[in-house]
Every structure is written in C-alpha cells, then in structure tokens.
Design a protein around this ligand. Structure first.
Ligand SMILES: [Zn+2]
Length: 235
C-alpha cells in the first residue's frame, strides 16, 4: 500500500480517515512526503497543517515507511522518462545538477524534521537515469517505488518495488503496490478500499529489507510492462 502527496498542504480529514482504516486492518503503507510543496493544486487548496511534521514522525514511529516524493511537486517538463506513466515531470528531462539539488534539499528537509526516507518516488511517477544518478550521489536511498513488473527487482544498484494499480484489485503478481491519493478520495473509494481490506487485509505486507531481493527482470516482467503501457496508450 502506498499513499501519495503527504505534506503541510493536504486534506487532513481524508488523511485521518485513511490512517484509521489502515490502523483497523493493521496495514503499514509507504507514505510519500513532499518536502517543500509548491504545487498550486495543493498549496492553493488546503490550509497549512501546522501539525504535519509531528504527524509524519508519528507515522514513522508506528512503522509506516517514509518515502521522498519529489521536492516541490511542480512539473518542469513534459517528459515521461523511464516510467512514462504520464508526460509531465518534476525530474525526467531536468539536468542532473538540478536534480541533485532537489534530492539534496529534499532529504535535508525530511531529516531536519526527524524523518529518514529509505524510498523515493517521483511526482507523476516520472523520472530518468539522472534521477537515479542524483539519488546515488546525494542520498542513501536505493529503493524506488514505481515501474511495472511482477515482483521486486534489482537493477544498477537500485531495488524497484513495482507499482501497478491506482486502486485495490486482485492481480496475478507476486508483489503489487496500490497507489492512493487520500486528498482525492471520494466516499465510494473509501468503501471499496474497506471492503477489499476486510477480505484481503491479511495479505498486505509492509516495506522491509526482507522484500529486497537481487532478482533480475525477466520475460514475464517485460510482457506485463508492455501490456500495461500498450493499454495506457489506448486510453
Ligand atoms: Zn504526487
């Protein structure tokens, strides 16, 4: 389970509702924190939550895994990079030096607030080889939550935890990440999620080093990825 877009500017009631639901079923998600949110779709919509950094520390204390989710969450290019789920990005196509700066400042901001990010995922799921180089040079992060595959895999010094679905459903893969944006959730999304958790809650796992295996990408992964992006293009 992965939650996107935690920051000082979020829908605190919906986030609380999500937290209560996860607690009820004992599920510990990966939560993506935006260090310096400047995205007008959030900053211009929600009032600043002065308790946010305390809240994030409490999440970390109860076993949620903190991920670095970009730096400002403002898109700078129309590129899709190596996981072209969308054609917009804060990272893909941005020069390496600027990406390094974003990673350095982002990690520093989270650390300043007592958070230790072990995972990275980019806004709009889009990043490129320079993002990986920037993470290598300016952070200890070697886990990415994104890309399409059947299971966790290892490539060029990074572990990739695949992220295949924007909502709960049964998929025939070893490891599946469901990506939720609590800010955007409606009543029926919460109902659907709770129903799934009540049936399959025990099959959720949380991020830990035990998940990180040095498995290489195989033909099945390539097929799943091809089908995913083929279907996405059709839409
Ligand atoms: Zn986001």
């Amino acid at each position: 389970m992965r939650l996107d877009d935690a920051s000082e500017y979020m829908d605190v009631e919906k986030w609380q509702r999500m937290e209560n639901l996860l607690d009820k079923y004992g599920i510990k998600p990966i939560v993506g924190v935006i260090p310096n949110n400047q995205d007008p779709d959030m900053v211009g919509v929600y009032t600043k939550d002065e308790r946010f950094w305390n809240k994030a520390q409490q999440w970390q204390e109860k076993g949620w895994s903190i991920a670095l989710h970009g730096y400002t969450h403002v898109f700078e290019t129309k590129e899709g990079g190596i996981n072209p789920v969308n054609s917009r990005s804060e990272f893909a196509g941005v020069p390496l030096e600027r990406q390094k700066e974003k990673i350095r400042l982002g990690v520093a901001k989270l650390k300043e607030h007592g958070l230790a990010p072990q995972i990275f995922f980019a806004p709009a799921h889009t990043f490129d080889e320079n993002t990986l180089a920037a993470l290598k040079q300016n952070s200890d992060i070697c886990v990415i939550s994104d890309t399409i595959a059947t299971d966790v895999y290892y490539k060029n010094g990074f572990y990739f935890i695949p992220q295949q679905s924007g909502k709960v459903r049964k998929l025939p893969f070893k490891t599946v990440t469901f990506c939720y944006h609590p800010n955007m959730m409606q009543e029926n999304d919460f109902a659907e999620l709770e129903l799934f958790m009540s049936e399959c809650g025990s099959r959720f796992t949380h991020f830990s080093d035990d998940l990180l295996k040095r498995r290489e990408v195989n033909a099945a992964d390539e097929i799943v990825k091809w089908v995913y992006f083929f279907r996405r293009k059709e839409k």
